[in-house]
Design a protein around this ligand. Sequence first.
Ligand code: AMP
Ligand code: MG
Length: 330
Amino acid sequence: MARRVVVLGIESTAHTFGCGIVDSSGNILANVNNTYIPAKGGIHPRESAQHHSDVAPRVIRTALSEAKLSMDQVDAIAVSLGPGLGPCLRVGATICRALAVAYDKPLIPVNHAVAHIEIAKLTTGFKDPLIVFVSGGNTIIAAYSDGRYRVFGETLDIALGNLLDAFAREAHLPHPGGPRVEELAKKGERLLKLPYIVKGQDVSYSGLLTAAVKLLSEGHRIEDLCYSLQEYAFSMLAEVAERALAYTEKKELVLTGGVAANSELQRKLMMVAEEHNAKFGVVPKALSGDNGAMIAWTGVLAYVHGVTINVEKSYVKPRWRLDEVDIPWI
Ligand code: AMP
Ligand code: MG
């Protein structure tokens, strides 16, 4: 049997600074995350980056002590190089480069979207799923084919989490808006008419946001608005997910990313899976939002397949697409 490998991974692409430590059997030895909450408005990249540098030393120390490990017992450092917000990415990358140089450890580049997928596969045990990845910054339907995760649908403008958060802000609900919208939606009684925009395999959410905000200003019940917003946004996603499932003929469907915590979205996608005799799985709530463990685990997969990067070449990649990443471990 191959030697046990331990990887420390750092997440810092947007609002969360996280440090995870995972071994090659998939044991999560530590997963410590600290999330920046804006005083008002959306995420300000520079403020979030400042938050990350403030909390980083404590987060990393706590993770090492939770795992009962010293840096000498870590085999490699995994860094989430993108996609994400430049200033936030640079904090994580600078810390990882410093750790790699100071402790003489290999540095492993990790794509944040790949990490959301791999942690979902690890925790559900699914091997070859159709993936619905929905978070604050991403809305992607993907599946593995011929060396890479291929995109079978995505948003043409804003992400699903961003839609819910931006609407919630307009309604003066506290950040993050997704969970608040979900709660209020449960008390919705009337489906209000909103635009349903699906183009080919892609969805567009910005028109839906504008229309929902307009109805809000007209004084409709907030519960009905939240319910209607979810119905439209989730149905659009379920439609493209269903076509992707029919086309790829995958026998598993997995939901991952921060919005995966939403029970109504889970219900709709479970129905899609059942219709096509596919198994349905959801990433556990503790690992659905951005976290260090998913970076560390993807780092393990990459490292044991020889993927490392020179510190000198470890630039951040704010627009690093999922389908640009070679996946040698499948
Ligand atoms: P991430 O970017 O992966 O950390 O995910 C954060 C996003 O998940 C934010 O947009 C949240 O509003 C959203 N989110 C978290 N919980 C829920 C929920 N129960 N329903 C809908 N969205 C949620
Ligand atoms: Mg994310």
